[in-house]
Design a protein around this ligand. Structure first.
Ligand SMILES: Nc1nc2c(ncn2[C@@H]2O[C@H](COP(=O)(O)OP(=O)(O)O)[C@@H](O)[C@H]2O)c(=O)[nH]1
Ligand SMILES: [Mg+2]
Length: 382
């Protein structure tokens, strides 16, 4: 095979799989599929009634012998046992997956018990794991909150990054008429925005900048949590509207989080009518809020369905686990000069971060701490 043929064979878009876990997670995934049937997604629950009610082809029922098809009844241990028992069906889903996005509402038994286990299995399989969890509303009571917090701690010890959606921040306390259903729907909407935008930016629709390497850098190195916000605008002033919304976004602490960010990924999606001016307008306004030395990466995707609209997502890191280092433990020049355009990491020299001084996780002679796409020498599209 010629070099060119080899290269062509190796080039493929990174594969993202979305896994909805527990009843809320499964419903979220079902809502995503109904809007985008192409999405690679699977729903997993102990409760057959919930799975059957979803209009989904790909569902996995776990813990049949443990809960007999019923829900875990809020028992986290039953959720954990159910997934351990059926871990082989989870492993099968993970073949060739580069990025696994797990979606769940914490506070119940299945999602809270199963997500930490699935996260561990996926890391062992070599996938980059992004967890998107909704934390319960205050009105659900202290017991539910405690279950969610404890599950989050366990997830944290395995996941690359967690996007924690504080349901409480999605509602305005003055909005006393807000139907409960609408309140829950908002957290599903945030998850949906995040999944769709990351998917678009990783696909071949991306016309500049953002690629799997930058998302990888951000997720692996942020200090566990990464904050997400999205905004959309339409019409003539859409760029300004999108920037204003991001700069005052509730999920970014009314925009204050940007002032102390250490890392930021911005993804813009527009239609074929997207103008360079508009990209500049959004980026310049966001730049103004950022500290001088920030690691910034942005990407733009064009999707004909976005004609007349502009959407932006941001992933914000407030802290790195440790200064980003290369294989020789040399500090990398990651500071982003606000005036110099885009900052980007040379992927090949990315180090093992916090794993620099720990033994590698070796399986079948492969170091699982090295991302799948590097181990398999998959050339990522730039
Ligand atoms: N967005 C959304 N969240 C929900 C919904 N139902 C429950 N939740 C949230 O998800 C948490 C877990 O509930 P659930 O998914 O039913 O539990 P599980 O099936 O045992 O994992 C709850 O504490 C709620 O905060 C829903 O319909 N939509
Ligand atoms: Mg349930």
């Amino acid at each position: 095979m010629t070099d060119q043929a080899t290269a062509e064979k190796g080039v493929r878009a990174p594969r993202m799989l979305v896994m909805g876990v527990g009843s809320s997670g499964s419903r979220a995934v079902s809502a995503m599929i109904s809007l985008n049937p192409e999405l690679d997604a699977v729903a997993i629950d102990t409760d057959t009634k919930v799975l059957e009610a979803l209009d989904l082809d790909r569902t996995i029922h776990v813990g049949a012998t443990i809960t007999r098809g019923l829900s875990s009844g809020g028992d986290v241990e039953l959720g954990r046992q159910s997934i351990e028992k059926d871990s082989s069906s989870i492993r099968k889903q993970l073949r060739e997956v580069d990025l696994l996005v797990i979606v769940a509402g914490l506070g119940g038994g299945t999602g809270s018990g199963a997500v930490p286990v699935i996260t561990r299995i996926a890391r062992e399989a070599g996938a980059l794991v992004l967890i998107m969890v909704a934390m319960p509303f205050k009105f659900e009571g202290p017991k539910i909150t405690r279950i969610a917090e404890e599950s989050l701690k366990r997830i944290r010890s395995h996941a690359d990054a967690i996007i924690r959606i504080q349901n409480e921040r999605l509602v305005d306390r003055s909005d006393s008429d807000l139907p409960a259903e609408e309140a829950f729907a908002r957290s599903h909407q945030v998850m949906m925005d995040a999944v769709f935008s990351i998917g678009r930016l990783l696909s071949r629709n991306g016309i500049c900048g953002l690629d799997f390497a930058s998302i990888h850098t951000m997720l692996r190195n942020c200090d566990g949590f990464c904050h997400f916000a999205s905004a959309e605008g339409a019409g003539k002033d859409r760029a300004k509207a999108v920037a204003d919304h991001i700069l005052t976004h509730r999920l970014l602490n009314k925009g204050r989080m940007l002032e102390s960010a250490v890392g930021l990924v911005v993804g813009l999606t527009g239609g074929r009518d997207l103008k360079l001016d508009e990209i500049e307008c959004v980026m310049n306004r966001i730049h103004e809020k950022l500290p001088a030395a920030v690691w910034l990466n942005f990407g733009v995707a064009v999707d004909p369905a976005f004609e007349g609209r502009l959407s932006a997502i941001t992933l914000v890191a407030e802290q790195w686990k440790e200064p980003l280092v290369d294989g020789g433990n040399r500090q990398m020049g990651l500071s982003f000069n606000k005036n110099s355009g885009q900052g980007e990491l040379p992927l090949e020299t990315t180090g093992k971060g916090e794993f620099t001084y720990t033994d590698p996780t070796v399986h079948n002679n492969q170091d699982l701490d090295v991302p799948t796409y590097i181990r398999k020498d998959i050339k990522l599209p730039r």
